[in-house]
Write a protein that binds this ligand. Sequence first.
Ligand SMILES: *Cc1c(COP(=O)(O)O)cnc(C)c1O
Length: 493
Amino acid sequence: MKFISTRGGEAVSGAQAILSGIAPDGGLYVPEFFPTIDAACLREMGNLSYPERAAKIFSLFLDDFEISELEYWAEQAYAKFDGDPAPLTKVDDTTYILELWHGPTLAFKDMALTVLPYLLRGSKEVCEEGKQTLILVATSGDTGMAALAGFADVPGTEIVVLYPSEGVSHLQKLQMQTAQGDNVHVFAIEGNFDDAQTAVKEFFNDKEAAEKLHDRGYSLSSANSINWGRLQPQIAYYISAYVDLLHAGEIEEQEEINFVVPTGNFGNVLAAYYAKKMGLPIGKLIVASNKNNVLSDFFDTAEYNINRPFYKTISPSMDILISSNFERLLFEILDKDAELVKKMMEDLNSQGYYSLDFESLEKIPTFSGYYSTEEETFDSIANFFEIYGYLIDPHTAVGIACLYKYLALSDFDTKNIVVSTASPYKFTQDVYKSLTGKNEPDAFKAVAKLSALTATTAPDEIIGLKDKIILHNQVLERQDIKKSILELFGCTL
Ligand SMILES: *Cc1c(COP(=O)(O)O)cnc(C)c1O
């Protein structure tokens, strides 16, 4: 199968799409068409392991690789998880939680970023790319650490992560500051996630920087969800969750279910939409935003408008105004009209705004957008623990709060799966505050207190941070980003 850019240009192979990360015209790669999975296929998957299911789905998109290769990669990647990579828990008759944070860095980003290094190395081989791959990542907290863990000491790669200096949780920051590996580079930047993401996109479009790196033997790629290699592994867990419900007799064949997805850059929920396009019986996709509610406004008004304050919230991985992957949805809404997508993106860039007509919204009835205020997120953590004895992190809590807003306006029969995107211990201090109303300024004391209070076990990854040495503490001004990255690789401006 070929991949095309949302802004036009030539179709490329899957391997090439993964290797480049972003299309030369600044657009994002999308599959030319969506392969289908039918009822029989879903039934058969019931007897497969998670890595086998994932590899099967990868093979529908990527014809550059043997299925045996894909299976081996998926097995290697998901062996890094603590047990089942995507366990489902039933909390009441119609509500299930899909925990996607049992990977090495405790957030759902591991679902894709443990696989991406294998896909990338395989793609280099297929494309006979002999250069070192420089992977440039902007992170709102979780992608950075998952990418650092995934690519640390992977031969032929260098990884550079940019995170907003004051825009991540204390423990997220510690994870990145202590990241090990000879090929690992981490910078905090002055600014928010959108600034980091814009800097990365500008770097990708910077011919001068590309040439200088090229001369030194490097080519650029991305581990952000702009890379197809990130989205594809995310499609797998939606299909797998459905298969699990079917296999357990919780749903009938062809029964539609809803997913509630805590959303920032729109990668996670877009993967769910792609699963639906492949034929997975999905009713609604509930796009859950925090106080940075650009998306829920879009689904109400058909206007995408970032001319508004940027809020720092207790769900920092969703503190985003410019959701990159929205461009891929726009491509669908606009009937694959690349010129029009390009124009919208130019409008967004120059005016911080674009608008569609209401008919466009009617083309995507699957989506409903809701948002949760900070107070609602705090309450949601406390109430969910009180009612179900189940501890959730602030991002998942945004999802739960939005589910209840949705249910207040709809029928109760459809089953809902809430995607749980991070371990509560990654955001211990705010979770502890939700439950007790108290601030605990010492993150590790908060970990011990939360563990005692809730009779849950803190992950080793978190406890171990206490003894790690800080290796990366440089903070960059925005105007120095390009120069600092180039200098790492012996290039001067
Ligand atoms: C990245 C992230 C999100 C948002 O996912 P997108 O794919 O960017 O929409 C939500 N929750 C957590 C914990 C995350 O790390």
